[in-house]
Design a protein around this ligand. Structure first.
Ligand SMILES: C[S@@+](CC[C@H](N)C(=O)[O-])C[C@H]1O[C@@H](n2cnc3c(N)ncnc32)[C@H](O)[C@@H]1O
Length: 218
């Protein structure tokens, strides 16, 4: 099935609210567990979360690594408003700094990160190399990277099957976004080619029926 790109930013207030209220506990906690399994000796200090959205992954990561400070970056103002509320409730405002930037804009963002994480951003980007160039730009030598995203199913019927399997009770706006995101996602083969073009030696693994994980140390 051909890729169908979707808008980059989730900057509609209703869309951001529905996304922030959705239950992504299982894949988001799995994101943290995958990181712990792949980098058991790494101690994150200066982390960036690219496309942080409402910061549910960010908060889970911060709880797993109490010594780190996280720069949480997103281009969407409504998403960052959701993130601010979540961080305040979790008493994380001192450890997580929100910054509004639309990649590839990295103005005034320090290029000193020892850890780069990103969940569900890649499929939003019209040019996926923007993410991989950002990794190059922000990371110090030896930095650890973990990116997780949806992967594109082979057919429209496979998309609808996943929406039924994982979002049957979700609001319409979320079901629509999930179908659009699956259709906009990249295949593992496409991601391998992106990494080769970007000169990044990272590992690509299929970790569920809908997720692909990219990880490694620079
Ligand atoms: C599907 S959400 C994922 C949010 C969060 N990482 C999570 O896992 O819940 C994708 C986020 O990426 C943001 N985004 C998309 N394109 C972006 C860009 N070019 N620069 C910065 N943020 C972007 C969107 O605004 C949205 O908040």
């Amino acid at each position: 099935m051909q890729r169908v790109p979707e808008p980059e930013l989730m900057d509609d207030a209703e869309q951001a609210r529905a996304y922030a209220e959705a239950d992504f506990a299982e894949p988001h906690q799995a994101f943290v567990t995958y990181f712990q399994e792949r980098f058991p000796r790494h101690r994150p200090q200066r982390v960036v979360d690219l496309g942080c959205g409402p910061c549910d992954v960010t908060v889970r990561f911060a709880r797993a690594y109490p010594d780190c400070q996280i720069l949480a970056l997103d281009g969407s103002e409504p998403m960052l408003a959701q993130a601010h509320a979540l961080l305040a409730g979790a008493q994380m405002l001192e450890r997580v700094t929100l910054v509004q930037r639309s990649l590839p804009d990295l103005s005034s963002v320090g290029h000193d990160r020892d850890t780069l994480i990103s969940n569900s951003l890649l499929h939003h980007l019209h040019d996926p190399l923007v993410l991989w160039r950002t990794v190059h730009a922000l990371a110090v030598s030896g930095a650890v990277v973990q990116v997780m995203d949806l992967m594109r199913p082979p057919s429209r019927s496979a998309v609808l099957h996943l929406v039924e399997a994982y979002a049957s009770d979700a609001p319409d706006v979320l079901r629509r976004d999930f179908a659009n995101s699956l259709s906009a996602a990249f295949t593992p083969t496409e991601i391998v080619a992106q990494l080769a073009e970007a000169g990044l030696a990272l590992r690509v693994e299929v970790v569920s029926d809908r997720h692909v994980l990219v990880s490694g140390q620079l």
